[in-house]
Design a protein around this ligand. Sequence first.
Ligand code: OXT
Ligand code: ADP
Ligand code: MG
Length: 589
Amino acid sequence: MAATLDAEIADEGRADAGQLTDGFHLLIDALKLNGINTIYNVPGIPITDLGRYAQAQGMRVISFRHEQHAGYAASVAGFLTKIPGVCMTVSAPGFLNGLTAVANATTNCWPMILISGSSEREIVDLAQGDYEEMDQLAIARPFCKAAYRLTYAQDIGIAVARAIRSAVSGRPGGVYLDIPGAMMGQTMDAEEGKKSLVKVIDPAPRQRPSADAIARAIEVMKGAERPLIVIGKGAAYDQSDDLVRELVEKTGYPFLPMSMAKGILPDTHPQCAAAARSLVLKDSDVVIMMGARINWLLSHGKGRQWGEPGAKRFVQIDIDAEEMDSNVEIAAPLVGDVGSCAAALLEAMEGEGIAPPKDWVDQVHSKAETNMEKMSARLQNNNVPMDYHAALGVLKQAITDRPDTILVNEGANTLDMARSIINVHKPRHRIDVGTWGVMGIGMGAAIAAAVETGKQVLAVEGDSAFGFCGMEVETICRYKLPVCIVIFNNNGIYKGDGENWGGGDDPATTVFVDDARYDLMMEAFGGEGAWVKTPDELRQAVETALASGKPTLINAAIDPSAGKESGNIGNLNPQSVVAQALYPQASKI
Ligand code: OXT
Ligand code: ADP
Ligand code: MG
């Protein structure tokens, strides 16, 4: 509903102007018209009132303590719902804080819109030193999929429509919308304003692959002796869960879920090859990529991990044609959305006798079983201080008991071990550091997951990872969100037992204060805190938290020596023979 300003207009002697609306309300109306009902924001000049008015007009406005986390929340909302999440910030510093999240959203192919207030254009363009002066539009451009600036309130409808379509169509990404403060105060006739709004029809049209492309893919699949399907978070985003499942089951191929694709088919599915990762990557001969890039997370499709160079044939399903051949030759590119491609493949497979040889399936199954048995024994340990396995064994069971819980996960060891240990049972029920491996996404992700789905969230956080976003526990308490945070507190980054290699009094660069009481942070804001040192204590605390739905922070003491440098990706740290000669400690890492 466009707000009417009769009273104010009358006061100002402008009653003859009729019923007016303004930039503030047109923006709110344009978002609502397009099904965007939540804003993740940090208030301040010039958008404080915009937040108030949005709340007054029935939108949910979640105010954060820092824009980066509001931005991460918006991006995760986009991932979970396919509707761009909106983050709203003030100018210059607030905008820059939010920009990290837009860049991260674009990198992850998640739709979000960053809306930032900006200062007087004339003053900014002449660099005359306005309040929070910055040429935000120019700065935003390289970090997003599209960037737009509004000058006139009458263009709000079109600008919002453009922002939404840019964010969700084709490969989704982050969009920046610059709203100069002066524009928000512009008024126009309410009826005209209403007519200027645009409802975006079919913002992300289904993209069907061509029949030729499907036939080519079927030919490749027919020749497969050791096939594999790799499922990525593009497939999770697509929400064609039933079609993906049907394709996997009808082909009978082993499947490897990338971390945020876990749960499209449950990790406990008999065809899941997560526990035979090395084997399937190395020995497969045909690999079907579904919404997953062949980037660093898959060693670019090359190297020892992938076996004999050039021996594999790839079928790749991706919404973005430019993704094809980015790292390796794609024998059968399928440009389209995951659902349409899966449906077309299913249809074309009929009667083609596509099935994997039994010995390949048996081999993968037996490797996975062996790895899972080995793992299972380690999860039972009762060591004090706890190691990662003991603590994660408890959390694995908690999620098995409550599979509707959304798992958020960040850290290095905390991330890598939780990924392989905690089974995910439902689509889009695992949110983590994504393509950039970014630390600090945890609280924004947890808040968005709780707000967008209403479900219980379990955030499993390294103590360093949590430190990037810890102040948002106040936000969690303020909005009374069902979020249970478990901090794996090993007193540091990767490990808590590092030494200062110069021998001075300062602590090592990677260690934190011993036994930090993160649980008291949660208590400070009225939530529940627990400091646990054994698997039994952890089990009890998690059970209480998940049963109550109350904001809870469980500070779980983990052996400071239990982790590995950089978790599973230590190989990415640069090496130098000079450094190895200088520092004997280097070899111990
Ligand atoms: O097949 P094999 O035999 O190979 O075995 C594999 C699987 O088959 C098997 N497996 C299983 N076995 C049994 N049962 C089951 N169910 C099962 N499932 C799997 O297990 C192995 C391994 O399988 P996995 O995990 O699938 O495979 P792998 O080889 O690990 O996969 C490769 C990758 C690359 C796909 C995978 O490792 C991956 O996804 N990695 C993501 C890594 C990542 O993104 N890390 C985060 C960044 S690290 C670093 O940059 C950090 N920083 C710097 C920083 C960052 N990032 N951001 C910002 C803004 N500033 C700074 C910082 C500060 S981490 C960090 C903080 C760390 O400290 P914390 O305190 O937070 O955390 P702690 O480390 O805990 O202290
Ligand atoms: P992961 O990290 O899980 O391997 P990536 O983020 O690397 O996944 O890859 C996701 C891919 O999915 C991107 O290349 C993106 O273009 C693609 N994608 C996004 N949405 C869709 C969709 N609806 N259908 C098909 N592909 C999609
Ligand atoms: Mg740590």
